[in-house]
Design a protein around this ligand. Structure first.
Ligand code: SAM
Length: 327
């Protein structure tokens, strides 16, 4: 259905809106944890590993002075990573009102539950909105173009319909400067589907997560030219409990190309860890974050169950076509 407003996009049906709200309400309701609660989490090392992966992506691609667009920024858990990269400007958008509130509190430095810290060195704009529905080039006309766009653990929420997936990629493309970078993390559909096939049922999981499909997922649907709206319920202990959608990576890649976003690399989290743990600076970062331990097999090592959850995700980097990077 085309929107009578003209080029503003597609009208969403009630069920699409309903599920977007469900996701928003889920994240909005998640309260901040105290440091003690966080450390006691059954997936604390997975959280630390995911922070390490995001930090490596930021360190690899952000440059001093960059303008950053953080789509689905959540509670601002990556603000410190961007600060360390000495970026010049930050815009964060999230659909969950509660998360944007927490993000604002964290940015303003009051009542930071993790650590007392100096103010962030970059100005920021924090917005509550649906990144996969709204035309952000209009909202952010005065802030664009951005040097780098980040969408961490959230791109898959756009895959409920083709219109939303297209809106997500159109937004990224319209707001990035030519040669700008798009970094992100999302579930690895190939791994999820492989596990589902092996399980010969509608559910996969272990003691810290489960994924449940409502109906049989045929190969035909997964490999079809329009594999949108393949919904499952994802439960991750102490983190997530909401509907999500399968993003077949080959479709993500070719749709992104339509919006002038070219794949630089995609790596499953396991591969990502193996590759970047060859570099001493990232080994040191991992040690500081305490995700994989320091080789002594102490308690700061992921459990096999957490390591299996890590395998469900991938990291990607895309580049906006156009003139090369600034020097
Ligand atoms: N990027 C943050 C991080 O890595 O810490 C948050 C990740 S959290 C797993 C997923 C986030 O996606 C939630 O904050 C949720 O509110 C947000 N989200 C989901 N759908 C969205 C949408 N349509 N527009 C904007 N944000 C969305």
């Amino acid at each position: 259905k085309r929107n009578p407003e003209g080029d503003a996009g597609y009208l969403e049906d009630d069920s699409t809106k309903f599920f977007a709200r469900k996701v928003a309400d889920h994240y909005s309701a998640r309260t901040n944890q105290t440091l003690e609660e966080r450390e006691a989490s059954p997936i604390i090392h997975l959280k630390k590993l995911n922070n390490w992966i995001k930090s490596v992506l930021v360190q690899l691609y952000a440059r001093r002075g960059d303008a950053v667009l953080d789509l689905a920024c959540g509670k601002g858990g990556d603000l410190i990573k961007w600060d360390k990269a000495k970026v010049g400007y930050y815009v964060g958008i999230d659909i969950a009102e509660g998360s944007i509130e927490d993000c604002r509190t964290r940015y303003n430095g009051d009542a930071d539950h993790h650590q007392r810290r100096k103010k962030f060195s970059f100005p920021a704009r924090l917005i509550c909105g649906d990144c996969y529905e709204v035309r952000l080039d209009k909202v952010l006309a005065d802030d664009a173009p951005f040097d780098i766009c980040s969408c961490q653990f959230a791109m898959h929420y756009s895959w409920s319909t083709e219109a939303r997936a297209r809106r997500a990629l159109a937004n990224v493309s319209a707001l990035l400067r030519p040669g700008g970078t798009f970094i992100g993390t999302m579930p690895d559909a190939n791994v999820i589907i492989k596990k589902l096939r092996e399980a010969e049922g509608l559910v996969i999981g272990n003691s810290v997560y489960w994924i449940r499909f409502d109906e049989e997922l045929s190969d035909k649907k997964f490999k079809s030219s329009k594999p949108f709206g393949i919904k499952y319920k994802f439960h991750l202990e102490d983190a997530v409990d909401c509907p999500e959608w399968i993003v077949p990576f080959h479709v993500f890649k070719s749709l992104a190309e339509e919006y002038d976003l070219e794949l630089v690399f995609v790596k499953n989290s396991h591969e990502f860890v193996h590759e970047y743990m060859k570099k001493p600076e990232y080994v040191e970062l991992m040690r500081r974050l305490g995700a994989l331990g320091d080789g002594n097999q102490d308690q700061s090592t992921l459990s096999p169950e957490e390591w299996e959850v890590a395998y469900l995700y991938l990291a990607f980097v895309l580049k906006k076509r156009g003139q090369p990077d600034r020097t």
